[in-house]
Design a binder for this molecule. Sequence first.
Ligand code: PMP
Length: 429
Amino acid sequence: AEPGDEQTRRAVARRLGTFGRGAVLFYREPIEAVSAEGVWIQGADGRRYLDVYNNVPSVGHCHPRVVEAIRRQVGTLNIHTRYLNAVVDSYAERLLASLPEPIGNVVLTCTGSEANDLALRVARAATGGSGFIVSEMAYHGNTAAVTDISPSSRTGRPLAPHVRTVPAPDSYRKPDEHPGKAMAAAVSEAIADMADKGIRFAGMVADTIFSSDGVHADPPGLLAPVVAVVHAQGGLFIADEVQPGFGRTGDALWGFQRHDIVPDIVTMGKPMGNGFPMGGMALRPDLLTAFNASDKYFNTFGGNPVAAAAGLAVLDVIRDEGLIENARDVGRYLRDGLREIANRHLAIGEVRGAGLFIGLEFVTDRESKTPAPETASAMINGLRERGVLIGAAGAYGNTLKIRPPLCFGKEHADAFVDHCDAVLNRIQG
Ligand code: PMP
């Protein structure tokens, strides 16, 4: 349907005219964003929108310390990594200090996709294998190789022959199953199936909060038996921290730390520069050595001093403003608030998540647990009308993906719960 007002209709026509009709815009009535601060986005319509969706400006939109770090560095030096530069080295050291042994090297990129693409190359070189395992609705990025391991981008097309999927953990629909043991068994089967077809296993790539599968964080530790199987079969475990990393889960800086595992490779992006494009891959030094024996990697813009300055400021703000603790406390408070309204709204099937990464799943009724994507979609548009930005995820598109900037306060959580309550009152009659 066409948007209602003339100004929006013209702005949409202008966008589709240049970017093509396939260009994706959120909402029946798309929002024109003009500026942002903290948890708020200012619209061209004069309204201010509460951002409960965007996990890139993770320490808050236009955080003054990050803005100032970028401004200062871009006026001083901005160049690639083939010259020594103390800002870049400091950043690499700070990042590695946040990761467990034996992870000891880092390669900086511009996007999460590039980081995952490189991780696949490293895993192939280090293991001699080519087979990868991912979750059923995984998204790991947009390069050709990474699209092969992103089943959520390939709907309607068969998986590439070297890729196998395993179901994501699902405490709601499979309450009787131990998610870690079930996933470990599925991974074993997938590796055996690859072997049958002459494909050697290289590794498993997993978003440690399974965001595109619908946000599945529990129980903590679930990935430990999975990683044990991956290692026993000679593969590498690649933790894709693009979504859960940089404090979002409220447990620690990294989502995998919730599961008491040590990945072989960690990839990261999105919140790393709070909006300045940057990504990275951290890994065991022996793996990088194995890769470099037969291959090379250079990224013109990856790890430039401006990105490094932005990245350092992000780490400083997370520490100085206690954002991991805030994600933990406000996240718990928000889940409690949503569970409270779930007592009245039977359309809510489950509230789950960790820190400020919460899934709110809608069903047609609680007995059958039939997914209700139409309720999720009505919520997204109803909340937008009330000035709140949110999106959906999961195999059925029926789970709201709640992941606001980490400076989200209890007052914002209260407002969000009240808005959800009001929209549910309206759409459920
Ligand atoms: N991995 C995950 C889990 C992601 O969610 C995304 C982006 N949505 C990526 C990788 C790719 O990152 P980018 O868009 O920066 O290439």
